[in-house]
Design a protein around this ligand. Structure first.
Ligand SMILES: NC(=O)c1ccc[n+]([C@@H]2O[C@H](COP(=O)([O-])OP(=O)(O)OC[C@H]3O[C@@H](n4cnc5c(N)ncnc54)[C@H](OP(=O)(O)O)[C@@H]3O)[C@@H](O)[C@H]2O)c1
Length: 227
């Protein structure tokens, strides 16, 4: 394989699906990981089963990737879950699920990635959230898991300095994706960004000259934070 290779976690829905489409259009070979898979068909798309919260599943994911390439140029750390409830109404199990998917998941993803890094080239784009540095009511589990993910990335940046990996942390506000269908909240979709808005930022960052670093990019609907 001599094309650039990308991993996209959470490629079955929402942002991960749009990101996968866009990267394929730009000529990337894409290894998409999710539990449910996708109908997306493209000669350069590999739909690989992945439960990011399970170490054995992440290992199997990388074994599949290794059959095709030993170099990953772009990682989109995107898979995530969100449920809404006050802290008092959140069960310990739901809290643990958030940590397992949104914090342990990226930890396992990065551990497995190290041997695929291309010095001076590999770019890791993490889809965090404004909830990684801003506390919202009724999403304590999500807030905690995204703050935790940010802490992990900030530590890794220093550990991997010699690899010359480029880290981009995106902190988007609410975006109208299927994630909100399951939440049944009062929030108006008119005050959320559309997937196309998100993709305009994502595409700009991924196609910018490699010498540019975007350590933190926060962007949200002009109406402000949803709360
Ligand atoms: N939508 C927003 O308002 C918003 C705002 C800021 C940040 N974000 C972040 O953006 C990311 C994508 O969200 P979205 O809006 O596109 O949500 P979405 O449509 O619900 O998609 C979530 C994706 O994550 C995958 N996923 C969940 N648990 C997984 C697991 N254990 N293993 C592997 N994949 C898993 C899902 O795939 P399977 O279920 O098939 O496994 C799905 O592909 C998330 O990290 C979210 O926190 C979203």
């Amino acid at each position: 394989m001599d094309s650039r290779c990308a991993i996209v976690t959470g490629s079955s829905s929402g942002l991960g699906l749009e990101i996968s489409r866009s990267l394929l259009h730009s000529g990337f070979i894409v290894f998409g990981g999710s539990r449910s898979g996708t109908d997306l068909e493209h000669e350069n798309f590999y739909d690989v089963e992945l439960d990011i919260s399970l170490s054995a599943s992440v290992d199997e994911f990388y074994e599949t990737v290794r059959e095709f390439t030993s170099q990953i140029h772009l990682v989109v750390n995107n898979a995530g879950i969100c449920e809404m409830a006050s802290v008092g109404e959140t069960s310990a199990e739901v809290f643990e699920q958030h940590l397992a998917t949104n914090t342990l998941g990226p930890f396992l993803l990065f551990q497995g990635l190290e041997s695929f890094i291309v010095k001076n080239e590999t770019h890791i784009v993490s889809i965090l959230s404004t909830a990684a540095h801003y506390g919202y009511p009724n999403v304590g589990a999500y807030n905690a898991s995204k703050f935790g993910q940010l802490g992990l990335i900030e530590s890794l940046k220093k550990e991997w300095k010699e690899h010359k990996v480029r880290f981009t942390n995106l902190f988007p506000g609410a975006i109208d994706t299927p994630l909100w269908d399951k939440l049944g909240t009062k929030f108006s979709r008119d005050k959320m960004l559309r997937s196309e808005d998100f993709m305009s930022v994502f595409d700009f960052i991924v196609t910018a000259p490699a010498v540019i670093q975007f350590p933190e990019v926060t962007f949200l609907h002009r109406e402000g934070y949803l709360e």
